[in-house]
Each structure stands twice: as C-alpha cells, then as structure tokens.
Design a protein around this ligand. Sequence first.
Ligand code: DGY
Length: 323
Amino acid sequence: MSKPKIIVSRKWPEEVEARMQEIFDVQLNEADMPMSVERMQAALQTADAFCPTVSDKVNSEVLAVDNLKAKIIGSYGVGFNHIDLEAAKQRDLVVTNTPEVLTDCTADIAMTLLLMTARRAGEGERHVRSKAWTGWRPTHMMGAKVTGKTLGLIGMGRIARAMAQRAHHGFGMKIIFTDPYPPPADLVESLQAEARASIEAVLREADFVSLHCPGGKETYHLINKERLALMKPQSFLINSARGDVIDQAALIDALKMGVIAGAGLDVFEGEPAVPDGLLSLDNVVLFPHLGSASRETRVAMGMRVVENLELFFNGQAPRDRVA
Ligand code: DGY
C-alpha cells in the first residue's frame, strides 16, 4: 500500500521530520518560509494531510479550494484559532491539535514573564548591557515583590493550572480565577484557589493577572480599556495566550498612563509585528511567542501530530480531534 502524502508548512525538529520520512511520503519545508494562500491550497489539493502551524492562517479562503484532496489537517500547536473550523467541517476535513505536551513549558514562560515584569529583569539586563550601571544602591531599580501576592487567572485550563501550581507552591501566591468551565474541586483545593464570578472581580483583586483563554472571536479584545481601568495601578498583566485577547492600543495607553504597572507579553495582535508603542516602553517585557519553545516540547508536539496522523490513516479516531 502506498504511504499517505503529507505536506508540512514549516521546518519541524529534525527527529520529527526523520520519523515522518520513515512512515509517510512527506514534503518538508527545508527553507522554513511561510506558505502563501496559494501554496496552502496546493497542499490541500495534492496531499492526504496538510500540517500547518499556529502562524499559518488556514481561513475560509484557503479552505474554499477546488479539487480538495486532503482528508485531515494535523496542526502543530495547541491553539486552533488560526483554522476556520466551521469551514473545515463543511469540507469534511478532520482537524487535530497538540494539547498537553506544551503545558509545562508554556506555564514556565508565563511565570518567567511574571517574574521579569515584577522585578524589572528586562530593563535591568538592558541597563547592564548598555554600560549604564553605576553600582548597587538602596533605591536602584526597585521592583515589586512576588511572593505572597495574588495571582488572578482568566481561564483555568491546563496551562493556567500549571501556572497556578508554580505560583502557589513555588512563590506562596494566592490564586483566584474565573472560568465558565471550572476545574475539579480537588484541584482547586490543592491550590487553595478561589473562584470569582466574573473577569471584573479577578481584575479588581489581583496583583498579577495572567490570561489563559483561547483566542478567536469570543475572546477578541476581552481585555479592553474599560477592563484595564479596573486593575490596580500597581498590578501587572501577563499574556501567553493569544495577542488579540488584549486590545493592544488600549494596553499601550494604560502602560503609558500608569493605569497598570507593567505587562509581560509572549503574543501580540498581528504578530510578528510589534508596535513602537510597546517597543519604546520599559515597563513591558516582550517575548517572540516562546511559550512552547523548548527542544523537548517542540519534538513532543511534532510527535503528537505524527500520532494523530498515524491513527487517522489506520482508520482509528485521532487522539486530539478538534473538528
Ligand atoms: C500553541 O501551540 O498554540 C502555542 O501558541 C505555540 O506555542
């Protein structure tokens, strides 16, 4: 029997590419250049499976392609707001993602952003590198203490829970959260966490707010000017979820005007573009979407795509079906 034909949209870790080559007839993207709409459409017309990642916009235009051959989109990444799931369903395409394997590393990055914003670590590093440092003194670069403060989580899924574990057990933080689908009671108890009835309640009370909701229409600009105004002036906002969950222009104003003390961002509206309004501010820490970017995790994400595809082509239900 001939091997299924797979087209991969970007360069993947070499172990995963080697495994793909063993079991599939795979077309890799050695040059690692983003695929245009036309190239994605050609992939859907010529392969049995197309494997995009979170930076490929597999929208209704791409999915309206004539002569569709592909049966499955095996996406590399946990988020799937880059794929129009309704359009995929209409074309009878199965869609899978890669949950679980990136939970710890993404929570680590959210915690890194929290610590860096509170303790002015990015600013401090720039200070030393620019040779501006004149030596230790009692009032130099004072930041905010983390231990014992209140962390507010918007969304309490896997990554938020892992963040809460780090914050509570590692830094003695009090955890409050809001989620329409709350976690099991024993987990809440193990974190001594407290649910709040609304996003507003979390924003008013937390010293650090960390966003852990999915991207997409329902959460677009969830954190807007009005909600930012509810946060304490000495509080910090952390986003390792999706850029457009925050109204970025409103955040820039809030950071400039001292509405909040700072922000740590791993994701941006319209990334990879990052506006000068953010680049010029010292009270914001900016990462290039590093959440899952450890070698181990990126290999595990790729292997999870491979597992989903193998199951699908063996006639079984893929493990991580989202459509
Ligand atoms: C995802 O998988 O959705 C992340 O944003 C990429 O690390």
